[in-house]
Design a protein around this ligand. Structure first.
Ligand SMILES: Nc1ncnc2c1ncn2[C@@H]1O[C@H](COP(=O)(O)OP(=O)(O)O)[C@@H](O)[C@H]1O
Ligand SMILES: [Mg+2]
Length: 263
């Protein structure tokens, strides 16, 4: 029978405690990694959920805007065209009545000509509002020049437009989004900002086209209005996402607004 010396006993005890220590450490480490991993995954899921929620909001903004636009077009068609064509139809029926005097025929014909030309004018205006023909035929640069001219002639605002980029007509489908973004920004500057000066600059930076938009209006607190972004700003964001670009909006009360985006 072998008997352990006190020295050997001591070594066994040390080995026992050291292994125990390492086993406990290993368990603690495993538990620590398990729980922190779980926390990280949970955070990631929450972030993804927020992103999905935001995408949903953007999508619903697009749908609501589309419906509003349809409503507006339907109203325009009804008020400005259908009603006039109705009277034209009535007048045409009158013309078929027997025993009309020459002056009556003349008056009815004048009415018909007058109403038809008004309906034509309105149809042109509605079509122009939906898609400016200049933009379609001559591209973004010409479209924006016309838009700026319209704004500075109709509203009390000075528009400085500078373009150091070449817009290819081949990209017209994408450029329509840029046009709509600037249209909304300009409308906001006039409507909310009461701006008197707007400037728009296009330049090519690192293979991207960069647009810098500024106004000198009353501005607004971005932070506080972040949650109540209107349909206009949400639409701009979804157009930027569509263009695979980025955008930074800066504004403060009495500091105007500055929007920089690329595409
Ligand atoms: N250029 C601007 N100057 C001042 N305030 C602005 C400007 N652009 C946007 N805002 C503010 O941001 C809000 C959201 O704008 P927007 O999304 O276009 O919605 P809407 O124009 O339908 O109100 C506006 O109601 C306004 O308070
Ligand atoms: Mg708006």
């Amino acid at each position: 029978m072998l008997k352990n010396t006190p020295y050997e006993k001591e070594i066994v005890t040390i080995i026992f405690y050291t292994s125990g220590f390492f086993i406990v450490m290993a368990i603690v480490l495993v538990l620590f990694f398990y729980f922190s991993r779980k926390k990280i995954t949970q955070k990631e899921i929450e972030k993804k959920d927020l992103e999905i929620q935001y995408q949903k909001e953007l999508l619903s903004a697009v749908i609501i805007t589309q419906e509003e636009e349809r409503k507006r077009i339907a109203q325009d068609l009804h008020d400005d065209i259908s009603s006039k064509l109705n009277i034209v139809a009535l007048n045409s029926h009158l013309l078929t009545r027997p025993n009309l005097t020459d002056s009556e025929v003349l008056e009815i014909t004048r009415n018909i000509i007058d109403l038809t030309s008004k309906a034509l004018d309105n149809a042109r205006k509605i079509a122009h509002g939906l898609l400016p023909p200049v933009l379609d035929k001559f591209g973004l640069h010409a479209g924006l020049q016309e838009l700026c001219l319209e704004f500075s002639s109709l509203k009390d605002v000075e528009v400085h437009y500078n373009c150091n980029s070449n817009f290819s007509l081949l990209d017209n489908d994408r450029h329509l989004h840029v046009f709509r973004i600037l249209q909304e920004l300009m409308n906001n500057s006039v409507r909310h900002g009461k701006a008197t000066t707007i400037s728009i600059l296009f330049e090519d930076i690192n293979g991207f086209t960069n647009c810098t938009y500024t106004d000198n209006g009353v501005g607004f607190e971005i932070e506080s209005s972040e949650s109540k972004k209107g349909l206009g700003l949400k639409n701009i964001e979804s157009r930027i996402t569509f263009l695979k670009g980025t955008m930074v909006i800066q504004s403060a009360v009495n500091k105007g607004i500055s929007v920089v985006f690329n595409f």
